[in-house]
Design a protein around this ligand. Structure first.
Ligand code: UDP
Length: 194
């Protein structure tokens, strides 16, 4: 898969719908996948923070979430097809999940936001199996959430803890899981909750 390097961050050269199709194929072939949707702030963070840079290196794909990244690639004479955002990726993955009856786990946000997010997903995507969820305010020393995900084996785990917490959580736990898509999607639960 072609990538465009911006300050050592390898952005996948794809558009939104091709990226979601690629992820869908990886779900069907049970290939474990870690997605970071990165804006210019994340590119800067990777320069300043070596630990965050390691999370980027651990990701299967880094997508261009932000027009600043697309403009940066153009200035480097290595253009990207367009933005691939966390929110749009989540919505389009929910559509795939509804079509194929995939299972999902939701991690993050305030408890009330999480409940509203679940209710809206159940209403709009009735074939999606929400196998588990946990709000985003927990003790990081407690491994219960990762244990639960390991047992439930969801096809998709959406992690809404904000940057850089969501990337840190996925990077620190992904080795325990056998398969599934793990993606940090920032404030998307707040949007879906309405
Ligand atoms: N969040 C969370 N746990 C935390 C901090 C934030 O679950 O310890 C959630 C927050 O409730 C919101 C999402 O993460 O749903 C995005 O938060 P924020 O807007 O602070 O992140 P950013 O937009 O900077 O990525």
């Amino acid at each position: 898969m072609k990538t465009v390097n911006i300050m050592d961050v390898p952005f996948i050269h794809t558009d939104q719908s091709s990226f979601v199709s690629l992820i869908d194929e990886r779900i069907q072939s049970k290939e474990k996948t870690f997605v970071i949707t990165a804006n210019p702030e994340i590119v800067m963070k990777a320069q300043e923070d070596p630990t965050f840079k390691q999370y980027i290196q651990k990701a299967t794909y880094v997508t261009a979430d932000g027009i600043g990244v697309v403009i940066g690639a153009k200035l480097l004479n290595d253009p990207l097809p367009g933005r691939v955002t966390g929110y749009d990726t989540m919505i389009q993955l929910l559509e795939k999940a509804n079509k194929h009856h995939y299972s999902i786990y939701l991690l993050g946000a305030q408890p009330e936001t999480l409940e509203k997010t679940k209710a809206n997903i159940e209403k709009d995507y009735p074939n999606v199996k929400i196998v588990g969820s946990h709000d985003g305010f927990f003790d990081w020393k407690n491994n219960q959430i990762a244990d639960e995900i390991d047992q439930l084996k969801p096809d998709m785990t959406f992690v809404a803890l904000g940057v850089p917490r969501q990337e840190k959580w996925i990077a620190e736990n992904i080795d325990r899981f056998s398969h599934g898509i793990f993606i940090g999607i920032g404030g998307s639960f707040d949007v879906i909750a309405g």
